[in-house]
Write a protein that binds this ligand. Sequence first.
Ligand code: ADP
Ligand code: ZN
Length: 524
Amino acid sequence: MSQPQAGVCARTPTDVLQTVFGHQSFRFPQAEVIAHVMHGGDALVLMPTGGGKSLCYQVPALLRGGVAVVISPLIALMHDQVRALGKRGVRAATLNSTQSPEQAQAVRQALQAGHIDLLYVAPERMVSTRLTELLRQVPVSLFAIDEAHCVSQWGHDFRPEYLALERLAADWPGVPRVALTATATAQTRHEILNRLGLNQARVFVSGFDRPNIFYQVVHKTDVRAQLLQLITQSHSGQSGIVYVATRARAQALASWLRRHAVAAWPYHAGLERAQRQAHEAAFADTPGAVMVATVAFGMGIDKPDIRFVAHVDLPRSLEHYYQETGRAGRDGLPATAWLAYGINDVLQRWQLARNAQGSASQLQRVLQAFDEMLRFGESLQCRGQALSAHFGQDSGPCGHCDNCLARDMPQAQWDATEAAQMMLSTVYRLWRERGQRFGSGHLIDIVRGKATPRVRLQSHDTLSVFGVGAQWSVVTWRLVLRALLAQQMLVPDDEGYGTLAMTPASVALLRGQQKLLMRQLASD
Ligand code: ADP
Ligand code: ZN
């Protein structure tokens, strides 16, 4: 704790950036945030993962007198930051539950002696009276609230202790507060400002485009084979994360990949803590390691060279998708965000949502988030543009997604209206004429004219729609169904057996008042 204060002769933020951190220039909007905080203003900083949020408070921490208190939910990350800052000669320390009483005491003494510029603490610490009293005895330069979306009750990372941070404003009037997050929907932004009492805060948003990530959405057929192909053909020997919906799937898929010579580990909340840590360490240290994980593997992944993030199940929201894919390519080198999904994902999600406990409004939000995710998957619009729009920003086509590439190719779009009409009129007839509803497989058999035993038994081969769509493959029909489900022109009925029903939205398409455009398939 006795090193000289870092950058004693550094005067301006740029001096600090260059002499202490070794970077040439600020990235947008670092300089703006720093200037604002230096003048005592509160800020909410929304930047994508890897964007450089830390400097937004580290630089003012070194320029304003006193100690900057950084509230962060992850102890491992705090240790990393303190170590990294120490190497640069910055006097940083942490107070947390993993320390011995002697270690904690040494930190307290250094703090009282004015020898600490940045103090990292967990949110539960921040509300303890002991720390509060200690901090009253020293000048505090600023409060940084990292991963500020943890205050959002709707979010996956909700931490009740974050709610108590609202008190900071009243307890330390005049001390600037900087909240930082990579989660940037209008809803989360609103909640952070409200719940942390940041009424006067200026909001800084950086671009959400990640130019080195190639976004690709594919149709799920044999997903394990598809994934293996992605890994062995495009990312052989490289690290990646595969996101799955359930713990069981994480286990099973990791084992399967290992049997196929991929160094894979599972990660989910059902594993023992020690095991999770072991898998994290293996992922960090093994070249070509693949983590097969649920959403539990998230905040705090600090591996810059993740070359691909694959989703083999539909993410629960665009927010999750963006956050999870954003872990790829933090070093700025090319990386892939790959999403595979099919009709069954759509049906399962609906089922899950329907079975979920919770209030009607919660269910509404879950479904709405899911709906946005689906529309993103089905869309022919640029993926980068769609993501930016989701975060309230306009942008041009990104040029680094499947849809941007497809747009440059002739006949990239297929007008699937006729096929969709065939499918909808099949559903309509069965219901109208026979009071029957069926699932996707049987419907496809009918339109393709496949006289399976079940089709014959039901004498569905006598329907006028039998075989009208024989020219299209099963895969194409599954895609048409997926698109109809995504647009809610078909919905699973309440029986819950995967049987499909029409909606008011389907009528416009049946009447020819609306079109269904889809991407042209390579196989057709
Ligand atoms: P975040 O917290 O937003 O995910 P970090 O603060 O950890 O991102 O920064 C991500 C990486 O970007 C780090 O390696 C950091 O050194 C680097 N970085 C941040 N700001 C700059 C800058 N102005 N110039 C060059 N590199 C920077
Ligand atoms: Zn694009």
